[in-house]
Design a protein around this ligand. Structure first.
Ligand SMILES: [Zn+2]
Length: 99
């Protein structure tokens, strides 16, 4: 679970999802009100898994799975994945540069 690097407060699932869907780079800890950022390592891992999920359709198409099943399964996997993100992300108390 996402944990504030400043005060050690463990963010709840709802709290983390709400922060993520504000689409701001700075996430605010509800306990100590300091800015937190998603660590570069977490961002990289999240993008890699996101790309892998989007590539699931390749073997499914080659096995002749109908498109509606592929689209449905992709949507379900993404919803499940978004639900897991609060358990996967690690926070940083300073903004890390990507490169
Ligand atoms: Zn905090």
């Amino acid at each position: 679970m996402a944990t504030c690097k400043h005060c050690g407060h463990k963010w709840g699932w709802k709290e983390t999802i709400a922060q993520l869907f504000s689409f701001k780079r700075k996430l605010k800890c509800t306990n100590c009100h300091t800015n937190q950022y998603i660590s570069v390592k977490s961002r990289n891992q999240l993008s890699i898994v996101g790309i892998l999920i989007s590539l699931i359709f390749v073997p499914l198409i080659s096995f002749g799975v109908p498109l509606r099943y592929i689209i449905t399964s992709e949507i379900l996997i993404y919803v499940f994945y978004i639900g897991l993100i609060p358990f996967l992300i690690k926070l940083s108390d300073q903004e890390e540069v990507f490169w």
